[in-house]
Write a protein that binds this ligand. Structure first.
Ligand SMILES: C[S@@+](CC[C@H](N)C(=O)[O-])C[C@H]1O[C@@H](n2cnc3c(N)ncnc32)[C@H](O)[C@@H]1O
Length: 234
C-alpha cells in the first residue's frame, strides 16, 4: 500500500510544525511549567486521555512490544514502560524525541523504551502486540487516518488504540472562531470526523475485517476534545 500524496504532504507539515514552529510550546505544555488557563484545560484533558488509553491496556505489559506512534515528548511511552512493556517510541520530530530522551526517568521498572525519529508507518519498525497513537492521527484526513490504521493493524497482534477529533457542533464553532490554537502557531488543522463515519470507513477496509471496535471514550476538558477508539482482533 502506497502513501497518498495528501498523507505525505500533511506529514511534512506536521514535521515542520512539531519540530520547529510549536516545539517549545509543545515542550512546555507537556511539562509541569505554568501555562495559560486555556492550555491548562488542554493539559488536564491530555492527562485524562493518557489515563483512559492506559486503562485499555493490561496492567502487566511484561514481554509485550508496544508502539507509541507519534510519541511527542514521551509521556505515554514512559507509563507503558513502567508497566513492563518494550516500547518503541517514534515521532517525526527529532527535537521532541530529544526532549523525550532528556526526560526519561532513570528507573522504568522492567520495561524499556527505544526512541526513533521517523514515520510511524515504516514497516521496518517490525511487529507489535499493541499500537497506541494518542492525538497523532488527528491532523490527517479520515481516509488517510484509516489507511494508517490498516497498515499498522497488519503488524499488530492484539490491539490498536488511537484518538480522533470528534466532529461536534461545539468543536466546529471553536474551529470557525480559530480559538483552538493561537494564530501565531500556524498549526496544521485538526480534521474532525464523526465516530459513525470513522467506524464505517474502518469496516469498509479489506485489511480490517479481522478487527472490531471495542470501546470508545470521549474526553472533553475545556479546549481539549478528543475521543479514543480501541480496535481489537476478533
Ligand atoms: C499532538 S502530538 C501528540 C504527541 C503524543 N502522542 C502525546 O500525546 O503527547 C502529535 C505527534 O504526532 C507526531 N506525528 C504525526 N504524524 C506522524 C507520523 N506519520 N509518524 C510519526 N509521528 C507522527 C507529530 O510529530 C507530533 O509529535
Amino acid at each position: 500500500m502506497m502513501s497518498t500524496t495528501t498523507y505525505v504532504q500533511r506529514r511534512g507539515e506536521l514535521e515542520t510544525y512539531f519540530d520547529r514552529t510549536a516545539a517549545q510550546a509543545w515542550a512546555r505544555l507537556t511539562s509541569t511549567a505554568k501555562v495559560s488557563r486555556i492550555r491548562e484545560t488542554v493539559r488536564t484533558g491530555r492527562d485524562s486521555m493518557r489515563n483512559a488509553l492506559l486503562d485499555r491496556l493490561p496492567d502487566n505489559l511484561c514481554g509485550r512490544r508496544l508502539l507509541d506512534a507519534g510519541c511527542g515528548t514521551g509521556a505515554f511511552a514512559v507509563e507503558a514502560a513502567r508497566r513492563g512493556a518494550s516500547v518503541l517510541a517514534i515521532d517525526l520530530s527529532a527535537n521532541l524525541v530529544e526532549i523525550a530522551r532528556d526526560r526519561l526517568p532513570a528507573d522504568l521498572g522492567g520495561g524499556s523504551i527505544e526512541f526513533c525519529v521517523g514515520d510511524m508507518l515504516d514497516p521496518a519498525l517490525g511487529e507489535f502486540d499493541h499500537v497506541v497513537g494518542m492525538d497523532s492521527l488527528i491532523h490527517y484526513a479520515a481516509p488517510d487516518m484509516v489507511d494508517a490504521l490498516e497498515r499498522l493493524s497488519a503488524r499488530t497482534s492484539t490491539s490498536l488504540l488511537f484518538t480522533f477529533a470528534p466532529k461536534t457542533p461545539l468543536l466546529a464553532l471553536m474551529h470557525s472562531l480559530g480559538t483552538l490554537f493561537p494564530r501565531g502557531d500556524r498549526a496544521p488543522s485538526i480534521v474532525p470526523v464523526t465516530e459513525a463515519k470513522l467506524t464505517s470507513l474502518i469496516a469498509s477496509r479489506p485489511g480490517m475485517t479481522a478487527w472490531r471496535t471495542q470501546r470508545s471514550q470521549r474526553i472533553n476538558s475545556g479546549f481539549y476534545i478528543s475521543q479514543a477508539l480501541e480496535l481489537v482482533r476478533k
